[in-house]
Write a protein that binds this ligand. Structure first.
Ligand code: FAD
Ligand code: FES
Length: 224
């Protein structure tokens, strides 16, 4: 948890061993961009779980938008374990693309943009269908991205019967970070992203709210 004094405390992943990568979306993330060199931050953690790593395996990473941030760090760790990595990157457009060069150093990369300004035109789901012929060759699929992308992938992996070989990092509004307040609960099981997650196997979240609704800062359901 990253605390920006007087503003808020927000969940952020490590994108390197000693760095974070942030997308401006609202109050706290904008405030982070306004900090000067030498300003300080509060840090609390680590909290929750992490991706489960398989030794010496063949894996597929799928990242959408800022979801690529934790996947870069994961890819670095997997590479050191002798893992064979393929990465699919989905981005809105060429300008919002990042970490593609870094990921190319440790994995085979396929790219798509929504508007076709770079890589294949279309969603990361289209990219997956067009570039990966056989999902069975992967020992594990790791995913991080927006809820709609997660839902599309959950449904596809369910059809292919490989949910137990998939791990998803899920985003929800985190407040206490300790499993107490319920802000980050996912219906219907009440899984808490801050404590039970943020990483879940596909089998744990296939029948969940993900991709349908989430809760805002007040805990009120909001449609995606
Ligand atoms: C485990 C985890 C890891 C994360 N890692 C990163 C990271 O490495 N880099 C990064 O840039 N962001 C990351 N996020 C998302 C980040 O925490 C939110 O973007 C941030 O809290 C937004 O704060 P804000 O005050 O700028 O925006 P707000 O003003 O709070 O909200 C702006 C908009 O974003 C939505 N929103 C806010 N927080 C979330 C959330 N957690 N999930 C989904 N929608 C949200 C709000 O509903 C609103 O529509 C992560 C989230 C989680 C749960
Ligand atoms: S943020 Fe309080 S229970 Fe998860």
């Amino acid at each position: 948890m990253v605390w920006i004094r007087g503003i808020d405390e927000i969940p952020i992943s490590l994108s390197y061993k000693n760095a974070i990568t942030v997308e401006k979306v609202g109050l706290a993330t904008n405030a982070l961009f306004n900090l000067d060199k030498g300003d300080s931050l509060g840090l609390r953690g680590p909290l929750g779980n992490k991706f489960k790593i398989l030794e010496g395996s063949t894996v597929l990473l799928i990242g959408g938008g800022i979801g690529l941030a934790p996947l870069l760090y994961l890819a670095d760790v997997l590479k050191d374990n002798g893992t064979n990595i393929t990465t699919l990157i989905g981005s809105r457009n060429k300008e919002s693309l990042f970490f593609d060069d870094e990921l190319k150093k440790v994995s085979k990369v396929f790219l798509s943009t929504d508007d076709g300004s770079f890589g294949t035109k279309g969603s990361v789901l289209d990219l997956l269908k067009n570039s990966i012929k056989d999902l069975d060759v992967y020992d594990m699929v790791y995913v991080c991205g927006p809820d709609r992308m997660i839902r599309a992938l959950l449904d596809l992996f369910d059809k292919k019967n490989i949910l137990e070989k998939t791990q998803f990092s899920v985003s929800r509004i985190i407040k206490c970070g300790l499993g107490i307040c319920g802000s980050c609960s996912i219906d219907p099981k009440g899984l808490r992203v801050c404590r039970d997650g943020p990483v879940f196997y596909g089998t744990e979240i296939i029948d969940s709210e993900i991709g349908i609704y989430m809760r805002d800062h007040a805990g009120v359901r909001c449609r995606l």
